[in-house]
Each structure stands twice: as C-alpha cells, then as structure tokens.
Design a protein around this ligand. Structure first.
Ligand SMILES: [Zn+2]
Length: 256
C-alpha cells in the first residue's frame, strides 16, 4: 500500500530548501539550464536577489553551520515564510495522490519483479521558492518529493500528479539503476519518462508526464541525445527486468 502524506514545510525546511537552491544556482546557469535564472528574475524578490549575490557565504557541507544561514535564516522566516500560503497547495497535492494510488499496484509489481525501491513512507512538500521539483531520501529512508509550487512556473501547476509520480519513480531507481550504471541526467530523465508511461498506461491524468524529456518546457530540451536509441533498448514490457535492460543499454552505448 502506498504510504504517502503531504505536508507544509517548517520554516527551517523552507529556508533549507532555498539554501540549496541558491547553492545550485551557479551550476544550473553554467550548464545552460536558463529557466532557473528566468525563474528567479521573474520572482524578482529583493531578499532572494540579495541571497543569490551572497551564495559564496554558503557552506556546501552543512546548512546549519554557515555564514549564509547566520545572515539570512531569520530574515527569511520574517519576510518570506508564509505558512498560510501552503494550506491550499497541500490540499491540491493531496488530491493528486488519488490517481497515483490507482496505479500503485503496477509499481508494486516492479518492486516484486526487479526490486524497484518502495520507501516505507513518502512526504510531498510544496515549496514556493524553487524553480524545479526534485526528490530526496530523508531520514530513515523516507522518500521526500519537493514540489515546485510557484505561480512563476505556471506550467508545473496543472500537472502535479504527474510531477509527484515522476519524482517517486526517480527515488525507486536512483540507487538500483542510476547510480549503479552511472546514467547521465538525460538518460535518467528519459528512463523515468518511460517508466511513467508504463506505470500509468493511458491515464490522462499523467499525459503530460509521458515524455517529460521531450516537452518544450522541460529543462532537458537542450539535450541532443538520441532518445529513439534509448527508448528501443529500454522498451518496458510487463516482463522487462529494467535493471538488466539498462545494463544491456549501457554495454551497447559503450561499444557504439
Ligand atoms: Zn526528473
């Protein structure tokens, strides 16, 4: 059974999320992910602009022990942390879970067939100051989905169901496949897309997610990778053992 809850982030968690976003900002810019820059310039928040300039104060090892935190955590709580803003967002996210629960039996099959990782529990946490959604393993192997939930990324908002499932699928293959075979960002995203298409069949709630890596609003649009080649090798059928399929894909890729 799917054990998943949506929750409002505590003030510290909301700050911590922004901390790592600011930390990654340079990486995104240098790697041509310009939508991150556009997001923050659309947000045009004076405090966040100040933070971006002070990114060098960040301690990349510990957000609790950092000059950046000393300077900004209190101000964040006073000026940017808006608990009421999250109430409706959490309710919307909760509604999204119904469609995921419906197709969860297929995820359980993946777990049975090739040990797709199902976490003991999942938390879905909307965030206001992030330009993309992502996934983390939190304490005790809990799976956390951080939802991009800003009106400045309106293309995300109607597709939360798809986004949440997408991140859950990431969690399921992260250690077992992505790290084991050292897949690059584009390969990993395409694999999750293919998996999502398989798990959801023709369910329209997930339509947007089918080929996230093709989608024009996707951060991955600048890739030149040959997806047809990947799709053919990773074509997912009920009998597919995805770990073995990716192993084969990686071996073929190396010899090409
Ligand atoms: Zn992804």
């Amino acid at each position: 059974m799917l054990n998943i809850k949506c929750k409002i982030p505590e003030a510290w968690d909301a700050f911590d999320d922004l901390y790592w976003t600011v930390y990654q900002f340079d990486w995104f810019e240098k790697n041509g992910r310009l939508w991150a820059k556009k997001f923050f310039s659309d947000l045009n928040n004076p405090l966040i602009n100040e933070m971006l300039k002070d990114a060098h104060l960040i301690n990349p090892n510990d957000s609790r022990d950092s000059k950046f935190t000393e300077k900004y955590s209190k101000r964040f709580e006073q000026e940017l942390y808006l608990p009421d803003e999250y109430i409706e967002r959490v309710q919307r996210a909760e509604l999204s879970l119904l469609a995921i629960e419906k197709c969860w039996y297929k995820v359980e099959e993946l777990n049975k067939n090739w040990y797709f990782k199902i976490c003991n529990e999942y938390f879905v946490i909307p965030h206001l100051y992030r330009a993309w959604s992502s996934y983390y393993f939190c304490d005790n192997g809990t799976g956390c989905v951080y939802l991009c939930n800003s009106e400045k990324r309106p293309e995300y908002l109607p597709h939360q169901t798809a986004v949440i499932l997408h991140e859950i699928l990431h969690l399921g293959i992260e250690e077992l496949i992505v790290q084991k075979f050292n897949l690059c960002q584009e390969e990993k995203e395409r694999l999750v897309d293919n998996l999502c298409m398989y798990v959801t069949d023709d369910n329209q709630d997930f339509k947007y997610a089918y080929k996230w890596s093709d989608c024009t609003t996707s951060p991955h649009q600048e890739t030149t990778r040959d997806y047809a080649y990947m799709d053919a090798l990773m074509g997912i059928q009920p009998e597919t053992n995805l770990v073995k399929a990716v192993e084969k894909f990686v071996a073929n890729r190396a010899s090409n």
